[in-house]
Ligand binder design. Structure first.
Ligand code: HEM
Ligand code: HEM
Length: 216
């Protein structure tokens, strides 16, 4: 039995942290535009310039990653859209698991548990929405009809509110929750102990030890 298993390969970890950095800058510079009282900070437009630089990084990073990591991209995207009865089991067991530490009713999970899949799903959907609406605002501000621009700002804001709230949940679960003891290590170093893999991702652990595990 291996002592440790690889959870995230280096290119995936680099993409995650580049994206996380760009996203936090986008969030903060977006907040300045979103909250009326903070508008004064955006007056000299420096926050708008930084927003566009971070947006370029947010868009370019996956464009470099995807062609170089085509197989794991395909498998990753597929997993975000594949739902099974074990996901219903996770939803039922999650409150007792996360609030009371009761592991007895939690069904065995794959490489991503249902909660992680939900975050990943949101990241794909709203990430795409951010890019489309953001580019429309960026390049169409002076040429588009005001009603079209208003809708674009509205959709950009919805994406901002949903992902902004869920990012706090993501950071809490990844870094602070007492049961997620090796989550941070998984994204920082790429590896987790076999024991942690068995208790948190039993279905995936079984595939890995049989040599059929997904690369991510
Ligand atoms: C990734 C591609 C993105 C692009 C191309 C983009 C582009 C833009 C542009 C051009 C504006 C208008 C700024 C202005 O008034 O001059 C804007 C506004 C804004 N962006 Fe983004 N953005 C992106 C991602 C994000 C992300 C990830 C967030 C937050 C997590 C975000 C939050 C906001 C907010 C809150 C506003 C203010 C909208 C308002 O006025 O109510 N953006 N963005
Ligand atoms: C400072 C901010 C962030 C921290 C500390 C953080 C931390 C982590 C950690 C520890 C994991 C590994 C979870 C595990 O496998 O056990 C992870 C996974 C992941 N992160 Fe982040 N993250 C941050 C920001 C972001 C942002 C901004 C995005 C999206 C734009 C993102 C998207 C993901 C995705 C899709 C995964 C894989 C699925 C999951 O585990 O939820 N993260 N993150």
């Amino acid at each position: 039995m291996p002592q440790e298993v690889e959870r995230y390969r280096k290119p995936t970890r680099v993409l995650h942290w580049v994206h996380a950095g760009a996203f936090i800058v986008l969030f903060l510079t977006g907040l300045v535009l979103f909250v009326p009282g903070l508008g004064v900070i955006a007056q000299d437009s420096w926050s708008r310039v930084i927003h566009r630089i971070a947006a370029a990084i947010f868009i370019i990073a996956p464009l470099i990653y995807i062609p170089m990591n085509w197989k794991s991209t395909k498998e990753g995207v597929k997993s975000a859209f594949s739902w099974a009865s074990s996901d219903i089991g996770w939803l039922k067991a999650a409150p007792r698991f996360y609030f009371l530490g009761d592991k007895s009713t939690m069904p065995p999970q794959g490489h991503m548990n249902t909660g992680q899949k939900m975050w990943w799903f949101l990241v794909i959907i709203f990430g795409t929405a951010f890019v489309i609406t953001g580019l429309i605002m960026w390049f169409g501000k002076t040429t588009l009809a005001p009603s079209v621009l208003l809708w674009t700002v509205f959709l950009h804001d919805i994406a901002f509110i949903v992902t902004g709230v869920m990012l706090f949940v993501h950071i809490y679960l990844g870094v602070l929750h007492p049961l997620m003891t090796e989550s941070w290590r998984a994204m920082a170093k790429g590896k987790i102990s076999s024991e942690y893999a068995k208790t948190h991702h039993a279905k995936w652990y079984e595939e890995v030890t049989k040599g059929k595990g997904v690369e991510s």
